[in-house]
Design a protein around this ligand. Sequence first.
Ligand code: SF4
Ligand code: SF4
Length: 272
Amino acid sequence: MFGENGSNQSSLPIVPVQLDLDSTFSFTCDPELSCFTKCCRANEIILTPADILKLKHHLSLPSHELLRQYTVPGTIASTELPIPVIKHDEERNNCCIFLGDKGCTVYEARPVACRYYPVASGLFHNKDLESNEVFFAMIKEPVCQGHGLGPEITVRQWREDQGVAPYDEINSPWVEVVLKRKSMGPFINNISDKSLEMFFMASYDIDAFRRFVFFSPFLTIYEIDEDVTEKIREDDQALLNFAMDWLKTTLFGEGLLRIREQVAPEESIEVD
Ligand code: SF4
Ligand code: SF4
């Protein structure tokens, strides 16, 4: 879909063997291996909405500061949709900006792409079944010495050990939006700059989206239940789900948010 694991790893040598959740492999990552952290130097790691939520909480930063300090703009593969990519530090051999002397400095909040590695995961929309399907594959980079070490493990167990499931769950509504846009194909007119800005804010700059909801005419235009309003005031994950409903409504006309009857159809809200 948007690159394996949500990372821009299209140039990686991925063995073309499809894995499923019960496929087995042996892999051990150990700080004693001479390749330790070499995988944090070459690859571009994109940040999904779940990564942003976890990292901003971990670093106690508002989303716009996290994006400003640690990311550069990227694009989701095969779409024009924007996505933040972790900065590389040119003065330190072009390594990931989060790499420290002893390894990853944000290990507890490391992105889902880093958690999955060396497994690659992706999603595609099965048009025949009208469903989104997940696939897995193995990334085998020559630099990585962990392959073949340790006991056999299933992809399912690897996901569990690496704490991937909560990330996939948080990202699920966003993935739907991306796949929906992608399924429209190249024949649909290019998406407008304003829509791309809306997508970026709703997906990644969650604190800006909260300001947009509470400090613009948003709540006078959309009819939002009071309990939902209270929930999204504080809860980032609930706000992200709400943001995806807003995107599906505004980008794809799904009508998940109700517009108040007295609002003129031409009334709109400016995105900062
Ligand atoms: S290159 Fe492979 S084995 Fe070495 S640190 Fe990275 S993931 Fe672990
Ligand atoms: S976030 Fe951490 S694990 Fe991922 S590439 Fe950067 S330093 Fe490595």
